[in-house]
Design a protein around this ligand. Sequence first.
Ligand code: R5P
Length: 284
Amino acid sequence: MIIGGPSSQLLGGRVAKVLKEDLALCEYSSFPDGESYTQVCSDLDDRIVLIQSTPSDRDIIQLLQLLDVFRGRRIDLVVPYFGYARQDKQFKPGEPLSARAMAVAMDAFLEEGSRIFTVNIHDRSVLNNFRHEATDLDAASVLADEIGKMKLDHPVIISPDKGAVRMAKVAAARLGIDYDYLEKTRHSGTEVSMAPKEIDASGRDVVILDDMIATGGTMAQAISILKSNGAKRVYLGSVHPVLTGNAVLKLCRAGVESIITTDTLEKAVSTVSVARLIAEAVRP
Ligand code: R5P
């Protein structure tokens, strides 16, 4: 039985379809004081796959409520977008490791034999906070397959920094095309420039690939740099479309051709599904 949490209803439905399994009917609403109300209305099966991304605090509460419903059962918990994963280091005394706090809270509900799956979590070390088997699934090939369907001119995949180059490498290898990353060069105390490390992007179509787009600042800057380096058309590929505030406006103003993201978060630009990736991972 597949449980599509409130933030992953469509993805839950898609995974159920791939696996040909029942999709549970659940109710998600609020009490007058704002507290979340959650109910699994369908009779519970022996095998439960619970899918819930946690982009907001409310999504985390609702996930914990669902986990409480399944207390005492072995489940597969899938958190496609794991909120707070970027808060995995302490910079000042007195700061929590919020990524660890989230993992520990979820883990407390999980029985022996349960498994956890995430998709391109910001840092895989967060998974070490679970006592149970925890696996991060990689959607780079899912995005690559979508990029492969586009009619691109002499394309190159570029990551906005060295940290994200692994995704670019995986996607480029699948497509048999070039990849690179933007490197920062400091010319003086105040002067910094950025450009692709190896490849001349001029006259070529570029797909910038990163794990997430949050404020859009990183991607907007990368688009501008590549355009000023003579790139022909610039596309964005990203696993998690967090897209806070005016992120989409920033990207459009920077001249993005189109944005391709997955349904780890269900937004208008989530045109690629990770359902098959998740289904293969949880398939008995
Ligand atoms: C950083 O480590 C991540 O890979 C993303 O590059 C970053 O989180 C994007 O954030 P924003 O869209 O706010 O620049």
